[in-house]
Ligand binder design. Structure first.
Ligand code: NAP
Length: 270
């Protein structure tokens, strides 16, 4: 039986344990995935335990995604570009760091042609989004963030443009990505990062990284105005599937994984 898990602080909300333990059952891989809440001051000790106990791999979440890079032996080129890791795994006796959020983000929109993308937000998830959009070759990418300085730093780093938050609805874009926490279950559940009236007369795809709830106010308003919508569930599942592949060499079934999480998130809402 191999041991894996997720570390972050706090960890109460994570769906990763239920998803990966389900996948071990489905695939017959003998693994156990636990939740390890670890405060920042103990992160070095956590990685010592990973090496000492022969832990097969794991995930890193907020607030350790950047600091964890210091405790692995090797970083992928994507991880270096993003400056954060969400997954660690062993290869040739080296502990490797990877960021599977980028490929996870791209999966639902790969192969589609967009001309002008607007990214709302400039936090950790927005970094993965901008890297993914660049990788997909989208010709024009703009970033708007409530705190403009953060948008400018991210835009300069990736060679795209930062625009004022107040002007986000003035652009004629065909892809809008919400990488803010607006719309997430909790205090921000009823808020949207984009004014509903600005959808009128335009068409495109709104991709909300939020997956809890599955339908945010942003997606509801976009859909009503005739825009295509994509929630964050597929991204979450795909980043997990990529990590699972790195640890086990085995494929986590996509449709079953989505059904499992839809069931859990549906129950949470009711
Ligand atoms: P983060 O680093 O804390 O960044 C949060 C972002 O939201 C910042 O840009 C922040 O702007 C903005 N924001 C927060 N409250 C706002 C408000 N009231 N009005 C406007 N902007 C506001 O968080 P993160 O890790 O990037 O996560 C962002 C979202 O992506 C979360 O909803 C998370 O659940 C989702 N996510 C989904 C997946 C997935 O697999 N689907 C993966 C990662 C993240 P300021 O800079 O001005 O504070």
């Amino acid at each position: 039986m191999k041991l894996l898990g997720i570390t972050g602080d706090p960890l109460g909300h994570s769906l990763s344990p239920v998803l990966h333990n389900w996948a071990f059952g489905e695939t017959g891989f003998a693994g156990l995935y636990l939740a390890w809440p670890v405060p920042a001051k103990n992160l070095a000790n956590f990685f010592l335990a990973v090496r000492t106990l022969g832990i097969l791999g794991g995930n890193i979440t907020i607030p350790h995604k950047v600091a964890a890079m210091n405790f692995v032996d090797k970083l992928s080129s994507v991880a270096k570009k993003i400056g954060a890791i969400n997954t660690f795994y062993w290869r040739d006796e080296l502990l490797c760091g990877e960021n599977t959020d980028v490929s996870g983000f791209m999966k639902p929109i790969g192969g589609r042609n967009f001309v002008h993308a607007l990214v709302l937000g400039a936090g950790g998830a927005a970094r993965a989004v901008v890297a993914g959009l660049k990788e997909l070759g989208i010709p024009k990418i703009d970033i708007a963030n409530r705190s403009p300085a953060k948008a400018k730093i991210l835009a300069d780093e990736f060679g795209v443009c930062a625009i004022p938050w107040e002007e986000r609805q003035d652009l004629n874009v065909d892809l809008i990505v919400n990488a803010t926490s607006q719309g997430m279950q909790g205090a921000q559940a009823d808020s949207s990062p984009y004014p509903a009236e600005a959808f009128a007369g335009r068409h495109g795809l709104v991709y909300d990284l939020v997956y809890n709830p599955l339908e945010t106010r942003l997606l509801r308003e976009a859909s009503r105005a005739g825009w295509e919508t994509q929630n964050g569930l597929r991204m979450f599942v795909e980043q997990a599937r990529e990590a699972f592949r790195l640890w086990t060499g085995v494929e986590m079934p996509l449709a079953g994984a989505e059904e499992l999480l839809k069931g859990i998130l549906g129950k949470k809402r009711n």
